[in-house]
Design a protein around this ligand. Structure first.
Ligand code: ZN
Length: 489
C-alpha cells in the first residue's frame, strides 16, 4: 500500500512538473512555414470589404463569426471570436481605411489557428488560455476608398469620447462587453519614418499608449510595455534596427489612449515602410509573427518576466526622416549659375479604386543640405548635373498615338514629357516611363521644391539616369523592350 501511495505521489509530482513546462514556441519555425498560413485570397493592400466578407462568412470551428453592426454606408462589421480561456484579448484593425497591413495578418492568423500541424501544442494552449476577439477592418467605408477617414469624414481615432460614428460605437461596445485584459490597436504609419536617428526605416513601431498627459505608468501600461519589449526582441532577428517606438503624447480623443485608460493593457502596432516591400507582404508576415508571439506570451503568463527596460530601449520614431530618392550633391542650374544641392524626391500613391498594384507620381519634397535625411534610394551625384527633361514638341492626340512613340528614342533627344489632348486615367500615366501633361500645361525649367518634374541626371553631358514619376531608369541598364512594357496596359 505504501509503495502504491508513493508511486501515486510520484505520478502526481511528474504530472505537475509536466503542466509547469513551458510550451515551446519557435518563431523561426513559424516564419519558415508562414506560406502555409498565408490567406492567398488577399494578395495586395487594396482589398475591399467585399473581398473579406466571404472569407469571414466561411470561417468554421473553432471560430464564431458575428455581425456586430454596420458602417455608415451599411457594410457589415464582424467580430471573429475564438478560444475559451479567461484571459481576454481584443484586436481591431483598419480603423483607418488605408491602413490594411494588419488586416491581412489577421486573416493569416485565422488560418494558423484553424490548422492541425506541428504547432498544435501552442495553438491548443492559446485556445485554452485565451478568449480572443478580432475586429478585422473596423472602417470598411474608408477601405472602399482606400482613405483614412470613414464615410462621414470622421477620423475614428478621434471619436473615442463622442462615439458619433457607428464604427466607433462597435469598438467601444466590444471592449466593454469583453472587458478585455489586452487590446491590440493595429495601424499603418508613414513610410518615411526612421527607427531613431539612423538610416533604417521604422518597418514596425509600437507603443504602450499613455492614459494621461503626464504619461504615468500604471500596472496595465507597464504590462503593455513588457510585452512590446518581447515582440521587439523577436522582430530584431528579422529586421534588425528597424523597429521604432511611436510618439507617446497623450491624445484624449484616441481609442488606444482611452482603451488603456479604461483598464485594458493596450498595444499599438504601426506598420511602416520596408525597402523592396511596397505591397507590404513581408510586413504582413512580420505582423503575423509578432502578434502570435504576443498571444503566446499572454497565454503562458510570461509577460511579467519580460523587462520594461527592453521597451525603453526601443528608439522613438524619427518622423519624416526618409525620402524615396535623394540625389546627393548634385548640380542644379538657376538664373544661369550652377549650385550644389541635395534633391529629395517623394513618390505619391495615386488613386483609390483601381486594381493596379503600384502607381505613383512624384514631387520634389525638399532641396538643399539633406545630409541629415535618409532615402530608400540614395544616389551619389557629386559633379553630375540634374536637368529637367524637355517637352516633346508635338501634342499627342490620344492613348493610341502615345503608344506609337518609342520611349528610348524620345529619351535620346532629351524628351521626358509629352503633352496630350485627351489624358488617359492618371493611374496609368503614373506607371509609364514618360511624364504626361495636358496640351495647355508647361513645365518649370528650374528644379524647385513642390514641383513634379521629369529629371535627367547627366555626367559630362551624357544622360545617365532618367527620373520619371519618382521611378529611376538607369540608362546603362535599360533595354529598349523593357521600356515599352506599358503599351500592353
Ligand atoms: Zn492609423
Amino acid at each position: 500500500m505504501r509503495i502504491i501511495l508513493q508511486l501515486l505521489g510520484f505520478y502526481f509530482l511528474l504530472n505537475t512538473m509536466a503542466c509547469a513546462q513551458p510550451i515551446a514556441f519557435d518563431h523561426q519555425k513559424l516564419a519558415n512555414s508562414y506560406s502555409s498560413y498565408k490567406e492567398k485570397k488577399i494578395t495586395d493592400r487594396r482589398f475591399k470589404h467585399r473581398d473579406i466578407e466571404p472569407i469571414l462568412q466561411g470561417l468554421k470551428r473553432p471560430f464564431s463569426v458575428e455581425e456586430r453592426g454596420q458602417s455608415i454606408e451599411g457594410r457589415a462589421i464582424y467580430t471573429v471570436s475564438v478560444g475559451s480561456g479567461d484571459k481576454t484579448v481584443l484586436l481591431w484593425s483598419q480603423m483607418h481605411g488605408d491602413e490594411s497591413t494588419a488586416t491581412m495578418a489577421l486573416f493569416d492568423i485565422f488560418k494558423f489557428l484553424a490548422a492541425d500541424d506541428g504547432f498544435n501544442d501552442m495553438r491548443d494552449n492559446l485556445l485554452r488560455e485565451l478568449k480572443i476577439v478580432f475586429i478585422p477592418m473596423l472602417n470598411p467605408d474608408g477601405a472602399e476608398r482606400f482613405q483614412r477617414r470613414n464615410a462621414l469624414g470622421v477620423d475614428l481615432n478621434r471619436d473615442a469620447l463622442r462615439l458619433e460614428s457607428p464604427e466607433s460605437r462597435i469598438l467601444k461596445q466590444m471592449r466593454d462587453e469583453l472587458d478585455a485584459d489586452w487590446g491590440f490597436n493595429l495601424h499603418d504609419q508613414s513610410r518615411y519614418y526612421a527607427a531613431g536617428n539612423n538610416p533604417h526605416t521604422a518597418a514596425l513601431s509600437f507603443l504602450a499608449p499613455a492614459y494621461n498627459y503626464e504619461k504615468e505608468v500604471n500596472a496595465n501600461r507597464e504590462r503593455s510595455m513588457r510585452l512590446i519589449g518581447e515582440m521587439n526582441a523577436v522582430l530584431q532577428q528579422y529586421i534588425p534596427g528597424k523597429v521604432g517606438r511611436y510618439n507617446d503624447a497623450f491624445e484624449p480623443r484616441a481609442f488606444g489612449d482611452n482603451i488603456q485608460k479604461w483598464g485594458t493593457s493596450t498595444i499599438l502596432i504601426e506598420t511602416g515602410g520596408l525597402k523592396g516591400d511596397l505591397e507590404k507582404q513581408e510586413l504582413r508576415k512580420l505582423n503575423f509573427i509578432s502578434i502570435l508571439t504576443a498571444l503566446h506570451g499572454i497565454a503562458e503568463d510570461r509577460v511579467g518576466e519580460f523587462p520594461v527596460s527592453a521597451y525603453d530601449k526601443i528608439p522613438f520614431n524619427e518622423s519624416n526622416a526618409f525620402h524615396d530618392v535623394i540625389l546627393r550633391e548634385v548640380q542644379v542650374q538657376n538664373n544661369g549659375n550652377w549650385y550644389t544641392v541635395d534633391v529629395g524626391i517623394r513618390r505619391r500613391e495615386l488613386g483609390g479604386d483601381t486594381p493596379l498594384p503600384y502607381f505613383f507620381d512624384a514631387y520634389i519634397h525638399d532641396l538643399g543640405d539633406l545630409s541629415t535625411f535618409f532615402a530608400y534610394e540614395s544616389i551619389p551625384a557629386r559633379g553630375k548635373r540634374l536637368i529637367p527633361g524637355k517637352i516633346y514638341p508635338k501634342v499627342v492626340s490620344d492613348w493610341k498615338a502615345l503608344k506609337s512613340l518609342k520611349v528610348a528614342d524620345l529619351w535620346q533627344k532629351g524628351y521626358t514629357t509629352v503633352r496630350m489632348d485627351v489624358i488617359p486615367a492618371r493611374d496609368i500615366l503614373a506607371r509609364i516611363p514618360l511624364k504626361v501633361i495636358s496640351a495647355k500645361e508647361t513645365t518649370e525649367d528650374r528644379i524647385l521644391p513642390g514641383q513634379h518634374p521629369a529629371l535627367i541626371l547627366q555626367e559630362k553631358n551624357v544622360n545617365r539616369l532618367m527620373i520619371i514619376n519618382g521611378m529611376i531608369y538607369d540608362l546603362s541598364k535599360s533595354n529598349r523592350e523593357r521600356l515599352e512594357w506599358w503599351k500592353g496596359l
